[in-house]
Design a protein around this ligand. Sequence first.
Ligand code: SF4
Ligand code: SF4
Length: 165
Amino acid sequence: MKKVKKTKKAKKMKKAKKVLKKKKRVVKPKKIKKVAKVKKTKKVAKPKKVVKKAIKPAPAPVQKVEFNQENAILCICTKCPVQAESTCAVAKVKEMEAMMQKGIPEGMMPPPTDIPGLYCASGVAACKDLDFSKMCICGGCPVWDKCKLGEGKPAGYFCKDGKAI
Ligand code: SF4
Ligand code: SF4
C-alpha cells in the first residue's frame, strides 16, 4: 500500500513540475524582419523650361507730320479740287475760318474731325463726299517740302489713304 501511495505522489509531483516548466517558458520574441531599405530613386532632372524668346514687334511707323497749329496754317487742303464740291468739307471750312477769326488759343487744336485739312497728320477725312477723281495738290504745299513727304507714303491723297509715314 505504501508503494502505491508513493507512486501517486510521484506522479503528482511530476505533473506539478511540468506545469511549472510550461509557465517558466519564456516566449521568445518573434524575429523582427529587417525591412529592406527602400533604395532612393535617383532624382530625375527636370527638363529646363524652354524660354521662348519674345519676338520683338515691328517698330511703329514714325508719323512724319505733327498735328499742330503751325502745320494747319500752312496746309492748302481747303483750296483742293478734291474737296471743292463736298458739302461736308465746305461747311467745315467755313466753321474753321470762323474759329480762326475768333482766334484759337496757342497750342490748342480742334479735334481732327473738325478740320477739313492736314490729313497728312490726322489721316483719312471725316467727310465722305470727296471727289478723288480730281487732282491732289499736296505737292504744292509747304508742309510737303518741310516734312519731306515725297520720300514717304502715301504719295498724296492723305484724305483717302491715311496719314503720312
Ligand atoms: S501735305 Fe497735303 S494734307 Fe498735308 S498739310 Fe499739305 S495740303 Fe494738307
Ligand atoms: S490731302 Fe491732297 S487730295 Fe486730300 S484734300 Fe488735301 S490736297 Fe486734296
